[in-house]
Design a protein around this ligand. Sequence first.
Ligand SMILES: NC(=O)c1ccc[n+]([C@@H]2O[C@H](COP(=O)([O-])OP(=O)(O)OC[C@H]3O[C@@H](n4cnc5c(N)ncnc54)[C@H](OP(=O)(O)O)[C@@H]3O)[C@@H](O)[C@H]2O)c1
Length: 359
Amino acid sequence: MKSARIHAFAENPDDIQVVDVAKPAPVAGQVFVRMLMSPVNPSDLNCLHGTYRHALERVVWNYGKHDPSQTVFYDPTLSNACPMPPHALGGEGVGIVEDAGSGFLARRLLGKRIALASGPPNGTWQEYTVVDAKRAVALPDAISNEQGAMYFVNPITAYVLTREVLRVPRGGWLLVTAAGSALGKSVVRLGKLYGFKTLCVVRGSANTQELLQLGADAVVETSTQKLQAEVFRITQGKGVGYAIDCVGGELAAEVLRCLGLDGHMALYGRLANSPMQLTVRDLMMPVASVSGFLLPNWMAQQSPLKLLSVMRAVKKLTVQGVFATEVAEVYALDQVADAVRAASRSGRTGKVMLRMASA
Ligand SMILES: NC(=O)c1ccc[n+]([C@@H]2O[C@H](COP(=O)([O-])OP(=O)(O)OC[C@H]3O[C@@H](n4cnc5c(N)ncnc54)[C@H](OP(=O)(O)O)[C@@H]3O)[C@@H](O)[C@H]2O)c1
């Protein structure tokens, strides 16, 4: 079968090789999936570049592990290892379950079309993969392959950030950076649904009209407008109560200065690839707080009951179209390097997808 793999962390998409490998076999609790489609998400680029690995080397529970031969873990219980290449890429997707290991959870998915959240080493950018049945959901007919392929990462993050982490109240202002992203647009729709106001920050104009049509309460284009001045004007000098940032760098530092009293900013990405300089007094004066967020580590801290209720809510909202994401371009698995280049281009209005099979 064809598999899009890296042999070492790489910056150049051409270093992803599509090679012929043996099909994996499901072990107990796993399903064997014939992949249909998969998105190219920013998190896939982190796996390509090795940025998760580099960040994990700095956390205290991996202290002293700088040698690439040492295993670093996502979590302090050392149960979720960050894999080192060589391995396949791809973090989520949609496919058909063709075989299953032992166990009720896996066997009940046999023959079903599922959304799966897998990841290296068992990536989704392959013709076939295996995944733990707990990380798969049978899809109703109402959810297309395209939306099914993007079922996990962004919808759950958008829901959890706004409803569980920040708990943005009805009428409150939520500032959203990189708001033209798939996740940003979902947050705007969540704002309409749950009654909070969204102040969308984008660097160009490619997504401005669509954001306004979706119901954004304000859009600030940082290429031509001054962010803090606009936030002052829009919120009548009060600042925003809540912010989510996935850009980092100078923008995140400026967003901090847009928070009102007791404001809360959640950091969940670093698209700018540069550290945020946190000026302590910018945090002290508004008595504000900043927190970090990584979906798998948030999920690992939740009770099974909480996870069940989140998954139910996300499924219902997906069927309602709250997380609908436009597909900008579709590439064949052999064209994976072009797909990664397309996903890295500025001014996109939808997702870049890989298609492994049609049905
Ligand atoms: N922490 C977590 O658990 C978690 C989970 C899910 C997603 N995320 C993060 O959520 C973010 C959005 O993901 P997505 O899949 O929705 O993204 P996406 O649809 O691929 O869109 C990415 C967006 O980021 C913008 N962007 C890229 N680099 C930027 C920069 N340097 N400054 C400002 N804007 C920039 C692009 O805008 P332009 O058109 O201006 O280029 C584009 O609109 C990513 O950072 C991802 O890693 C985090």
